[in-house]
Design a protein around this ligand. Structure first.
Ligand SMILES: Cc1cc2nc3c(=O)[nH]c(=O)nc-3n(C[C@H](O)[C@H](O)[C@H](O)COP(=O)(O)OP(=O)(O)OC[C@H]3O[C@@H](n4cnc5c(N)ncnc54)[C@H](O)[C@@H]3O)c2cc1C
Length: 394
């Protein structure tokens, strides 16, 4: 059989797990099938996106060069994909040097993911959207700490030591927990009173962790409160101006920094690729991840609307769902090449891990109708394992 070219666009969680599964499924098999695998990403690295709060708090590097992840068996091109011509099976992209290029494919896997919801710059604060804003956040809270050291006015000093995280989904919770820990440490090292550090977590809902039961939300809140996070429910942060964050209940918080963590949106490039999208902007796929109206094009992860054919439920935009889809996708591609029946999508079990500051984590899953929860050091170990596993570090 002629060698086929499979192009994977996007080296996020969905993309790297697709490649891992393709390498496992196609290499060394005595079927005579050969697959050339090409990875295209606009960056040269895999971004461990779920850890964005780490550079915002402690300056940690959360990138892994894609060439290091796949030293063998995968060709890497750095370029931004702009358009897909599904008739002629050509992909058009702009190279890292800005040159318009094209690439032929037999199979094309689109995993260009999502973007973090931006806020209007007039609202003030910084949205935790990417590495640059994470660095801005870190620079700002550290500069505020320096201002606090030299500030004689008590109220103003308190303000310099206060941060608000607006948006209390998992990424807001993890950001608040990591920040309070790191800021207190730094304050102590700089001779400031660590108990003066205030991190607010502002939740528009009435409780944390809407994805699971209320008792798990209460447990998370309890751990956060013990760590020094002030959790406020039931109203929104509206805008920050001159160090005052105005809330929807009319209250104003004096803060040195406001951080927005407002969730994910499909990658805007999806609307211009020339493929079918939902009105929200995700690619439309069938139960085997084949993009509607095309041959040989598949999409998984945050960029596709993936519906469980048994329940009609759409998958969430999470890593664990993306990685489970990737493992199944490799089998779908293999079946489509062989002309056999491909497996269909099935939802991932309810399973959530949340980091609650260094050394602390919480895992919740539901099995046989029972809520299983692990907290503390073991919760942290599981959390770290899932982060590492998602980025192929084990
Ligand atoms: C702050 C934050 C915290 C999160 N926390 C969690 C969590 O705790 N648990 C969890 O399960 N999920 C979490 N998520 C969601 C999780 O990150 C996503 O579900 C996951 O990243 C989806 O993987 P993906 O591969 O589909 O997309 P992405 O990870 O977004 O990867 C997309 C890739 O495509 C590349 N790309 C984009 N456009 C182009 C283009 N035009 N051409 C070429 N390459 C392109 C990008 O550079 C990137 O490498 C979090 C997300 C954020 C932002």
């Amino acid at each position: 059989m002629r060698e086929q070219t499979c192009v994977v666009v996007g080296g996020g969680y969905a993309g790297i797990h697709t490649i891992k599964a393709l390498l496992k499924g196609f290499q060394g098999k005595p079927t005579g099938r050969k697959l050339r695998i090409l990875l295209i990403d606009k960056e040269s690295y895999h971004l461990r996106k779920v850890l964005l709060f780490k550079p915002a708090a402690g300056g940690e590097n959360i990138t892994i060069p894609l060439a290091d992840l796949f030293p063998e068996g995968v060709e890497f091109i750095q370029g931004t994909v702009m358009k897909v011509d599904s008739e002629s099976k050509q992909l058009h992209y702009t190279s890292a040097k800005g040159i318009a290029c094209s690439q032929a494919y037999d199979q094309l896997v689109i995993t260009v993911g999502s973007i973090v919801r931006q806020t209007d710059p007039d609202l003030g604060g910084i949205a935790l959207t990417n590495l640059q804003t994470a660095e801005q956040i870190r620079a700002q809270w550290r500069s505020n700490l320096q201002k606090a050291i030299h500030c004689q006015n008590k109220k103003e000093r308190e303000r310099h030591l206060s941060v608000a995280v607006a948006g209390a989904g998992i990424s807001g919770i993890e950001a608040a927990a990591e920040l309070v820990y790191t800021m207190k440490q730094e304050a102590k090292e700089q001779g400031l009173d660590p108990s003066a550090v205030k991190v607010y977590l502002l939740n528009a809902q009435e409780r944390l962790f809407q994805e699971g039961p209320a008792k798990v939300g209460r447990k998370i809140e309890h751990i956060l409160t013990n760590a020094g996070v002030i959790v406020r429910h039931g109203f929104k942060a509206l805008y920050e101006k001159d160090g005052r964050l105005t809330l929807s209940n009319g209250e104003q918080l004096a803060v040195g920094l406001s951080i927005w963590t407002l969730g994910l949106l499909p990658n805007p490039i999806l609307r211009t690729l020339g493929l079918a999208t939902t009105k929200e902007g995700q690619l439309i796929v069938d139960a085997c991840y084949r993009v509607q109206g095309t041959a040989g094009i598949y999409a998984i992860g945050d960029c596709a609307q993936i519906i469980d054919p048994a329940t009609g439920q759409a998958d969430r935009l999470t890593c664990k769902e993306a990685t489970a889809q990737a493992a199944r996708l490799a089998k779908v591609i293999s079946a489509d090449i062989e002309g056999t029946r491909a497996p269909e999508h099935a939802s991932f079990m309810d399973f959530f891990c949340i980091g609650l500051g260094p050394g602390h984590g919480m895992v919740w899953t539901r099995k046989w109708g029972l809520d299983l929860m692990i907290t503390g050091k073991l919760g942290w170990k599981v959390r770290k394992f899932t982060w590492d596993q998602a980025s192929l570090l084990q």
